[in-house]
Structure formats: C-alpha cells, structure tokens
Design a protein around this ligand. Structure first.
Ligand code: ACM
Length: 375
C-alpha cells in the first residue's frame, strides 16, 4: 500500500515501484488515494475534489494541487497489469475526509479539536449519493473487483455528529444507542452501494465490528488488537495481514534511526519483516486458514516527502516482505536472505534505488524525513 495523500510522488515513481514489485513477485498494489491532507484522484463529476482538495500535503499545506488524472491512472493500471499486478484503489470514509469536505462543505460531518472537519456527514442522504457517485467513477476506472473504503479511526473526529438534527433523527428512527451504531449504519449504506456495483468491499479491521452482511475483505492493521483478527477469522471474513508492527514501513528500521515512527521502543527492523507472520506478531491467533489471503506492507508517508526517503524506507524491507509472503515459515533463513541481499543491492544500484544498506547498517546514512509525525 502506498499513501499518496500525505505526500504525492507521481507517475514515474509509481512505475518504478511497480517494476520493483514485479521483480519481487508482489502482485497487488493498494493505492491510498484520499485522506485528510490531499485528494489525489480526478473525479469528473466533482471537479472541486481536485481543484481544492488536491492542494497541500503533509509538510506544506500551501503546496500546489497534485493529483492523478483518470488518463494517468488508466496508464498506471495498464503498466501494472503488464507486470501481473492488480491495482486496488482506496477512497477513505467516513473519516480522513478533511480535504474532501473542504471541497464540498455540505457533506461535512465536522471533526474534533485535533482533527477538524475529519468526517463525512452520516445523516444526510446527499452524502451517500455523493460518495456512491464517486465510487461509481472509481469502480468504472479500476478493473479490480475490489474497492477499499477505509472505515478506520472514525472516533478521531465524529464528536460533532450528535449536534446535527439529521443524525438525531436517524438515531431516533433506527433506535441507535451511540455513534458507533451511526458509523456502522454509514458502512452498511456504502457496502450496499458497492454490492450494487458488483464489486467487493475492502475495509480496515474496524469494519468487522459493523457485522455487514456483505462480508468485506478485512485488512488487519491494529497489531495491538489481535482480537480483531481473531473475530474476523472466526466470523469467516477473508483477511489481509498488515499489522503496524512490523508491516508499517513508516516505523524506523534501525534503533538509531531518528526519522519515522518508534512506539515505546518498538520499530520494524528488516529481520522482523522477514520473520512475519510468526505467532508473536499475531498475538497467538492461528493464521493457518485459507481465509488469510496474504500479507502487505503499508507505506504511510507522513514522514516521506521525497522519492529518496520513500525508497529508503521501502527497500530492502520490501524484499523481506516478498520472501515472507512466498516462503514457508519452516524453511526461512534470515542469514541466507541477508547474504542474498548483497546481490539484490546490485539491482537496486543499477535501478537507481535509494535503498537502506542493511548489509552494512551502521555505515549506511539515514535519509531523513520532514519530521512532521507527532505520534
Ligand atoms: C490506519 O493505519 N489508520 C489504517
């Protein structure tokens, strides 16, 4: 997964990443195209999403608008397909909506002090029409059967929902006790829209709690909540494993690195990516079931503002991810992997990739980020 909302990298860099993914036999590119700092996909029916919503990024709120036209997206989808890679779009909702509701304030559900204007309005019929129209354009553009609609971290900014008469009426009419029930109502409405389009919904693991009859594919990301993984599998959901530790590549890869996340001393060294999915990362939940469809790394780009920094955080951990994904746990051997990495480094050098030299970690210079990350 590549987040291009926080920072935008453009067609050439995405193609370079797709080439490197193909080299590693990675076959799905999850593209996080919308989030609070920037909307990065042209939607013809709603041009303000890009003329207003594509302005700014995580390190410069004044940055000029940057986004992909539908023509560029089709070009990237073709480029990926030529390399046997499927491109899966994500349009995040009902949270992480700040720039979308800056463009179309009539659909704002407000936010919180820390996350102002964070959500779409769950009580207005117009919101569902708007988002369904957006997803229809996205669904027509992307041949993948999947559409990811996020669904994460809504509680960061749903505090104003209770003040809206439309939400009060909705809660009364449906006998909803709390805002979680409203959030789940929102997800049900959007799941219905996606089903009518003949597509399969993907959501972050929060969607498991919504008990949707459409049974979306679930991405388990909250490493500190293995119970969500357990619940998803117990209820028969297909799951992709991408827990923050060790598969969020915005965590640093060396103890001494300064730039990027490190939580209570926890980070994501190469070896831990290679080790995945050993039991210690799944809280003991057994993943030997065909419901587990795969694993993925997530490149959140709050601290990645340049292509050099992006590549530094991605490689060689993506090599470790590929071997972790395609190799039985019993026959994995990190020493052998590390030895083989020196020849992969040769490929990185030829391809002009700013990789982190994990074979020589203490000498390798850290390529640092803009240090905008607060947590
Ligand atoms: C996420 O990291 N909020 C999915």
């Amino acid at each position: 997964m590549l987040d291009e909302s926080r920072h935008f990298f453009g067609v050439a860099e995405v193609k370079k990443i797709l080439d490197l993914m193909a080299l590693h036999k990675l076959n799905k590119f999850h593209w996080h195209l919308t989030d609070s700092p920037g909307w990065r996909i042209e939607i013809k029916q709603y041009p303000l999403l890009t003329s207003i919503g594509a302005k700014g990024n995580n390190s410069d709120p004044e940055a000029e608008a940057q986004f992909y036209t539908q023509k560029q997206i089709s070009e990237i989808i073709r480029y990926a397909a030529d390399r046997f890679i499927e491109v899966i779009p994500e349009i995040d909702m009902p949270g992480h909506a700040t720039v979308a509701v800056r463009a179309y304030p009539e659909f704002s559900g407000g936010g919180s002090k820390k996350y102002p204007d964070f959500t779409f309005h769950p009580g207005k019929e117009g919101t569902y029409q708007f988002l369904t129209n957006v997803l229809k354009e996205v669904g027509d553009l992307f041949p993948s059967k999947y559409i990811h609609i996020g669904g994460d971290e809504v509680s960061f900014g749903n505090q104003q929902w209770t003040g809206f008469p439309e939400v009060q009426q909705l809660m009364k009419r449906e006998n909803f006790k709390d805002l979680v029930a409203v959030e789940h109502h929102f997800l049900r409405r959007m799941a219905d829209s996606i089903q009518k389009m003949g597509k399969t919904m993907i959501g972050w693991d929060e969607v498991v709690a919504a008990n949707l009859t459409t049974h979306p594919l679930v991405m388990w990301w909250r490493h500190d909540q293995p119970k969500m993984l357990e619940l998803a599998l117990r209820n028969g959901y297909e799951v992709i494993l991408c827990p923050r530790i060790p598969l969020y590549f915005d965590f640093v890869q060396l103890e001494s690195h300064k730039s990027g996340r490190k939580w209570a001393g926890k980070y994501a060294p190469l070896e831990s990516v290679y080790d995945f999915p050993s039991d210690k990362f799944t809280g003991g939940v057994s993943i030997s079931t065909p419901l587990v469809k795969g694993i993925q790394a997530n490149l959140w780009t709050e601290t990645m503002h340049t292509t050099n920094r992006l590549e530094f955080m991605t490689f060689p951990r993506l090599s470790a991810l590929a071997e972790a994904a395609w190799t039985n746990q019993e026959v994995k051997n990190f020493d052998s992997f590390k030895k083989r990495m020196s020849s992969v480094n040769g490929i990185f050098q030829k391809s002009d990739v700013d990789y982190f030299d994990a074979t020589n970690p203490d000498k390798a210079k850290e390529i640092v980020g803009p240090e905008t990350l607060k947590n």
